[in-house]
Ligand binder design. Structure first.
Ligand code: HEM
Length: 287
């Protein structure tokens, strides 16, 4: 076995003078995730799980979403989770879906989200808000530091930003087909994120996470007194709450796909890389 920096894999450069490291091949161990990425990733994963679970408990206090400024008795909710005659349901606009056993009614209790997925598990709005606000700071402060480090160290430009070539429709389509057939990159090409990975990571880091933070700030009375333009930006506090919820749902969808891809791509190798930094390049096909 060779590691990326292994002298055994060092070859002479073309001019025969200075030694140059050979490009790693399938089976080699390469250093793929730097320490700040790994640290941020796990802090962020912890915060996101606690925020999603405490957020669902806060939602349980009023399981209706509205557009605009007022909500409650003034407007019609566009989404609600509720119970009628002991049957749980989810209503989105004109569409109502029965959800007994998970949403609305679960384990004999009337609760929008069931105890299994909320923090705390018993109904406790004050407790959920304490969890939520504490972990919101743990999301925001390391997130800002990660952004700054990512730009200065060129992690963003080098590892996350898609290239013009990768964004060509033919390449995108090829990557979608490869994913559908579970044919992931091998050898040297596997050192880099593929284009679908890049797009989803950039979407999360520079799209979903900042919007979630901004809509959270918009709902907070003290921030909205200090920066009233936030309310206008999102078209009212109820709209900000709806956007906050939609982004949280998209984030939950990202996590499901992300974890599925980790398992399909080889969970032990993937976990080693995001815990220790070292990743074994998958062997080229046919080897
Ligand atoms: C326990 C759950 C999780 C596991 C096992 C996991 C695993 C991984 C792995 C293995 C990678 C590296 C992928 C590769 O090298 O190809 C990665 C990267 C990443 N994960 Fe996760 N992940 C988890 C939760 C999350 C959550 C909750 C988020 C939420 C936003 C997230 C966002 C990301 C992002 C943005 C990257 C790219 C980081 C970068 O290079 O800057 N992950 N994850």
């Amino acid at each position: 076995m060779a590691t990326y920096d292994d002298p055994a894999r060092t070859v002479l450069s073309d001019d025969g003078e200075a030694p140059a490291p050979a490009a790693p091949v399938g089976g080699d161990l390469v250093y793929r995730q730097r320490r700040p990425v790994r640290l941020w990733h796990w802090l962020n994963a912890l915060s996101i799980f606690v925020l999603l679970m405490s957020g669902m408990m806060i939602f349980n206090a009023h399981p209706h979403l509205y557009w605009g400024r007022y909500g409650a008795n003034q407007d019609m909710p566009w989404l609600e989770i509720g119970a009628h005659d002991d049957q749980g349901y989810l209503r989105v606009g004109p569409l109502t879906v029965p959800t007994t056993g998970f949403l609305g009614v679960a384990g004999g209790q009337h609760r929008a989200f069931p105890p299994l997925v909320t923090i705390p598990s018993s109904y406790n709005l004050a407790g959920a808000r304490q969890w939520h606000f504490f972990f919101a700071w743990l999301l925001v402060v390391p997130g800002l530091l990660f952004w700054a480090w990512g730009v200065v160290s060129r992690h963003v430009q080098h590892d996350l930003a898609p290239t013009a070539e990768e964004l060509r429709p033919r390449n995108l389509w090829q990557d979608i087909k490869d994913h559908a057939r579970l044919r992931f990159h091998t050898g040297e090409a596997a050192r880099r994120y593929n284009i679908l990975q890049k797009l989803s990571y950039v979407g999360v880091i520079f799209g979903l996470l900042p919007i979630i933070v901004l809509t959270g700030l918009t709902m907070s009375p003290s921030t909205d007194a200090a920066w009233p333009w936030l309310i206008d930006l999102f078209g009212g506090r109820q709209s900000a709450r709806s956007v906050h919820f939609i982004c949280a749902a998209l984030l939950a969808g990202f996590i499901v796909v992300h974890l599925t891809m980790v398992v399909l791509a080889g969970s032990l190798n993937e976990l080693r890389s995001i815990i220790t930094g070292w990743y074994r390049l998958p062997k080229e096909r046919g080897q």
